[in-house]
Design a protein around this ligand. Structure first.
Ligand SMILES: [Zn+2]
Length: 201
């Protein structure tokens, strides 16, 4: 569940020339407010700015436009602060992180299939039409000998890769083993052709 909302934030104030129409004080300042979309209480996307003039003497809030018209430029000079984009920076950062970790995971798979290491657990897609509903399983490299790779393969097939990974983790942690006594020997070429999904380290 994503918690989000819009809040109005004060992003700056500064003194402004003019007289208060109510008390004639010259102690006036301009206040700039901005609506910000926040996600999980983190300001993420700033939207429209609004402004008003406040009198420091009588506390009146006045429309800013008449005061701004007498200024050399119609600009308030108060800019959106960077932290109103904080959530956006975090989201972009997470995407970049996700992209690079995905990339390094796939490089890891290629390296593993080219040079399997004894004792390493992995999951793969069985790619068997009769096992369409439970396409995943896990295995452990037992021996690498010349052109042959010997692996122990789970007795079970799983509907989700996550389940196959959990079974492998349980075996790694000596909790419960999905493996039988039998081992299987395949050629390195066939091992390279396996549709490995994850390599557990
Ligand atoms: Zn006033």
């Amino acid at each position: 569940m994503i918690v989000w909302g819009v809040s109005l934030k004060n992003i700056g104030r500064k003194n402004i020339h003019g007289n208060c129409p109510l008390c004639n004080s010259r102690d006036l300042y301009l206040v700039v407010m901005q609506k910000v979309l926040h996600i999980f209480w983190i300001p993420t996307l700033p939207t429209r700015k609004s402004k008003f003039v406040q009198c420091n003497q009588c506390g009146s809030q006045l429309p800013a436009e008449p005061f701004l018209m007498s200024m050399p430029t119609n600009e308030t000079g108060i800019k959106t602060p960077w932290w109103n984009f904080l959530g956006l920076f975090i989201i972009i950062g997470l995407f970049i992180f996700g992209y690079f970790s995905e990339k390094s995971a796939s490089l890891d798979k290629v390296a593993f299939q080219n040079a399997p290491t004894v004792g390493v657990y992995f999951t793969y897609d069985l790619e068997t039409p009769s096992l369409k509903k439970t396409p995943y399983t896990c295995a452990k490299v037992e021996k690498v000998d010349g052109d042959k790779v010997t692996a122990r393969i789970s007795k079970y097939a799983y509907s989700k890769e996550k389940e196959a990974r959990k079974a492998a983790r349980d075996s790694m942690n000596n909790l419960q083993s999905p493996f039988g006594d039998e081992t299987y020997e395949i050629s390195r070429e066939n091992f390279k052709a396996l549709k490995v999904v994850s390599v557990l380290r």
